[in-house]
Design a protein around this ligand. Structure first.
Ligand code: CA
Length: 254
């Protein structure tokens, strides 16, 4: 599998790095380990890997992951024993564990009773299922705020921290009202696509509001004042005459 060779640059991220939650992947098969790593990193988690039970227990102590994905069939100390030892230590007795196994029936038993794992994934699993399970366990263990890893948009001159409502453009922090921020978020997520005012109203303000389409123009004018180099000649939020607006992310090049 090609993914085994692809190590994204953020592989060695630690939990301190921009507050990303650290997940320990315990799996002796390199292909599956890298597949998990790739998908979890795509979702904004930091990931470390362990090839066997001994490495896993060492990493649990030294790295303090927020969650462990644990294969049952491991060389050396078996996955079940790893699970038991994690549960038997006061410091890690509540550490969320998601079991990875080819045998769903076996996992049911482990999750349900004896070993107290939080959930399981049956091989082969889909990335979507993996992420959904991990998020659900995170939510149960750490509360709804920690469910989603912090989300950052970075392109050229613009950086947006969606969780902290922070916008930095050309190295300077930009203050936006909540609505301006939502409007900018909407645009950067759908770049180079034309939207008319009614669509923008629906997508940013929501369908239940009684706001005039003109309001969109007012807010776009304000947003331009904050983010355009020259708001009389906008480069980022372009007017498409007779239709609406589009976000030109090419103008973010430094
Ligand atoms: Ca295995």
């Amino acid at each position: 599998m090609a993914l085994a060779q692809t190590k994204p640059p953020s592989s060695n991220s630690r939990p301190g790095d921009s507050g990303r939650k650290l997940i320990l992947v315990v799996e002796d098969e390199a292909d599956i380990r890298e597949l998990l790593r790739f998908n979890l990193e795509q979702e904004g988690f930091a990931v470390i890997g362990a090839e066997d039970g001994e490495q896993a227990l060492e990493a649990v102590q030294s790295q303090r992951p927020a969650l462990v994905i644990l294969d049952l069939m491991l060389p050396g100390i078996p996955g079940l024993e790893v699970c038991r030892r994690i549960r038997s230590q006061a410091a890690t007795e509540h550490l969320p564990i998601v079991i990875l196994t080819a045998k769903a029936a076996e996992a049911d038993r482990i999750v349900g009773l004896e070993m107290g794992a939080d959930d399981y994934l049956t091989k082969p699993f889909s990335p979507r299922e993996l992420i959904a399970r991990i998020r659900a366990v995170m939510r149960r263990s750490y509360g709804p705020e920690t469910e989603r890893p912090s989300e950052i948009y970075q392109k050229g001159r613009l950086r947006i921290d969606f969780d902290n409502y922070e916008v930095v453009l050309d190295g300077r922090k930009i203050d936006l009202s909540l609505r301006e921020f939502e409007l900018l978020r909407f645009f950067v997520r759908s770049p180079n696509r034309v939207f008319d005012r009614l669509q923008i109203l629906d997508l940013v303000w929501g369908q239940d509001t009684h706001v005039e389409p003109r309001t969109v123009d007012v807010h776009i004018r304000r947003l331009r004042k904050r983010i355009e180099r020259d708001d009389a000649h906008p480069e980022l939020i372009l007017t498409v005459r007779g239709v609406g607006y589009k976000f030109n992310d090419r103008a973010l090049a430094p």
